[in-house]
Design a protein. Structure first.
Length: 650
């Protein structure tokens, strides 16, 4: 350790008041007097930064040219894996030159080699090109990400050995330092990957996912539904209702066991224990609602290539550039829309109007012992076809209904999440935790819990009766743009502008799956009804399908020319629907895709070959200048879409 480095260490010890350690170091170094000119704090940061270099700035271009030549002249079997180091090395060379004040050489390096990088890295390189001085690096999200995190590269043992031999032979210190400090090689045994295999999982800001990131067991199965047969009797089928008071009508015989509830459902070996997460007990009214839902499901039409869904599209007129989001209730009875003028509007989609609860004086007269007490509590005269909810002070980016349709969540640019009552039509709670705009919010399929995602790079788990978050999910390098609950509510998935998809365990807060492959910001997520597969869509129109059992990418669905903002699976799980800003609604054969995936053997060393193209595309619905913002399947598998008419492009 030279004199300047020793002075820096002593300065740090003095700053943090570590006197005993400082004295011990002085004794060991035989320092009886103070060193001349202790460095300032800025000098300390310069000495300890990852971009300290005494090398000649003119050697950087030659070093990168030599590395590029080595990659291009390598055997084809190794060339594609070796090529994955070119982008991160260029980035760190550029940042190192900028940090050390060699802006002219840094700009020349970027202009010469940036156009040769992969298309999905061009936006990142344009953002970096703006950073031309050391001061620009402070607070810059992208430079902080590259400086603070190692770029992950998955590479075979043979390819990595070849790279090490080249570095040892050439002894180019600039390359060796950058590769050792800023790159992490996730080595695997076996044959090097092909160009298509590498492309399938490339594109994320921080590189690929480590294999270790996807080793945790995931309980992706759906737990066995609780027995609700005891409450089946009071619920009558709406199609079988008749005048029971007719004197000519014979009396009913003793009711037989309902075949709807006599079916035995097999327990899923991949399902989590029922008590893995605490859930409030179902109320009697909730159980009755579940029985109604089961009766609807019994009349459901199974979809497939020969029986495609009918589509009903609700189009919002005179709302171009003012609508931010839309959501439909589970029973398809209400539609909520969030606007950029901070309001939320709720419409009824059925003949029943949106009623408000009676006043406190009127509620005192209601017989609380009556079976229809909830109906009696509502004021019949207050019925409206739509309701407006005011309270946010910024654009409303997402809305989400509770499963029982009594509550509505909304999130906004004003950094808050609001919980609204759909019985008294007012705000009940304002949840504050995010420090920046909240992009998405979703209720759990079980109710009670909900998740949010925001600009602050985090997702959070909440409970409706807690004003602070229960879990904080941190790990993304950029905005978390979308969030979705797993059907069993034990996991949430997040999609980010860092082009990565994560699966988080709500019980521990840990990431259990990290999936890379998107080439643009992830805009939408949807779980298959079986819980094993996850679909994600991005701003470039790419729709990817993931197998959560191993975290592998299994298919890339090609069919959109613009950003895809909504995804949805049919209730029977055989159809996937995607809608985007290109005014198209695509219907995909998910049953065929999942069947082919399940029958193939999985290679755990690296991602299997990805199915690409439009082979699974069954049909495309085209709207008239109306970008799609939401899709939803009814209990009987009717497809409902929500679009916004763009009159400017007519």
């Amino acid at each position: 350790m030279d004199k300047s480095q020793l002075a820096i260490v002593l300065q740090l010890l003095k700053k943090y008041n570590l006197r005993s350690t400082e004295e011990s170091l002085r004794k060991e170094a035989n320092l009886t007097e103070n060193l001349d000119g202790l460095p300032q704090e800025s000098d300390v940061g310069s000495e300890l930064t990852g971009y300290k270099s005494d090398g000649d700035p003119e050697t950087y271009e030659a070093a990168y040219t030599e590395l590029k030549r080595f990659v291009e002249n390598s055997l084809d079997i190794y060339k594609h894996e070796l090529g994955t180091i070119l982008f991160p090395v260029l980035v760190h060379m550029y940042l190192e030159l900028v940090y050390n004040g060699h802006s002219e050489q840094a700009i020349a390096l970027m202009k010469k080699f940036a156009p040769e990088q992969e298309p999905y890295y061009q936006d990142d390189l344009k953002k970096l090109a703006i950073v031309t001085k050391r001061e620009h690096m402070n607070g810059n999200e992208l430079t902080e990400t590259f400086k603070s995190n190692q770029f992950i590269i998955r590479m075979s043992r043979d390819t990595l050995s070849l790279l090490k031999r080249h570095l040892n032979d050439k002894k180019i210190s600039v390359l060796i330092n950058i590769i050792q400090e800023h790159l992490y090689f996730d080595m695997y045994e076996g044959v090097a990957r092909s160009k298509s295999q590498i492309f399938a999982t490339s594109g994320a800001i921080g590189g690929e996912a480590k294999r270790q990131d996807n080793k945790t067991k995931v309980f992706y199965g759906i737990p066995k539904a609780p027995d609700i047969q005891t409450l089946a009797a009071p619920v009558e089928d709406e199609d079988d209702t008749a005048d029971q008071d007719s004197p000519d009508k014979p009396k009913k015989k003793k009711a037989k066991k309902d075949p709807l509830f006599s079916k035995k459902t097999k327990s899923d070996p991949n399902a989590p224990p029922v008590d893995r997460i605490p859930v409030p007990e179902l109320k009697d009214n909730d159980k009755v609602e579940k029985v109604k839902a089961l009766r609807e499901v019994s009349k459901r039409v199974n979809l497939g290539p020969e029986s495609l869904p009918s589509c009903c599209c609700y189009t919002l007129l005179n709302a171009n550039h003012t609508v931010c989001c839309a959501e439909i209730t589970e029973d398809s009875s209400m539609l909520a829309v969030g606007f950029n003028d901070s309001i939320v509007k709720v419409w009824t989609l059925v003949p029943q109007k949106l009623k408000a609860m009676k006043s406190a004086e009127q509620l005192e007269e209601v017989n609380v012992e009556a079976d229809d007490v909830l109906v009696r509590m509502m004021d019949e005269r207050s019925g409206k076809t739509s309701r407006t909810l005011c309270g946010h002070s910024g654009p409303v980016y997402a809305v989400s209904f509770s499963p029982d349709r009594t509550l509505l969540l909304s999130c906004s640019e004003d950094t808050t999440i609001r919980l609204w009552s759909l019985q008294i039509w007012t705000c009940l709670v304002v949840y504050k935790g995010h420090m920046f705009p909240v992009w998405d919010v979703k209720f759990s399929p079980l109710g009670y819990y909900f998740a949010s995602a925001g600009y602050d790079r985090t997702a959070r788990l909440w409970a409706t009766d807690h004003y602070q978050p229960l879990r904080l999910f941190a790990g993304h390098f950029s905005d978390v743009d979308c969030v979705q609950f797993h059907p069993n509510s034990n996991y949430i998935a997040t999609g980010s502008s860092d082009r990565r998809v994560c699966l988080w365990d709500v019980t521990t807060g840990n990431s259990v799956r990290l999936m890379t492959g998107h080439k643009a910001a992830v805009q939408s997520l949807a779980f298959a009804s079986c819980g094993r597969f996850l679909a994600s869509a991005a701003a470039d129109g790419q729709v990817l399908m993931w197998d959560l059992s191993h975290g592998h990418l299994v298919a890339e669905l090609v069919g959109h020319a613009g950003a895809v903002h909504c995804l949805g699976f049919s209730r029977c799980g055989s159809i996937l629907v995607s809608g985007g800003l290109d005014c198209t609604l695509n219907i995909w054969d998910f049953a065929k895709l999942s069947e082919e995936t399940s029958s193939e053997e999985v290679n755990v060393s690296h991602n299997p070959d990805v199915k690409t193209g439009d082979a699974y595309l069954l049909r495309t619905f085209q709207t008239k200048n109306s970008p799609l913002i939401s899709v939803h399947f009814t209990r009987r598998n009717l497809l409902i879409a929500v679009a916004v008419f763009d009159g400017a492009n007519t």
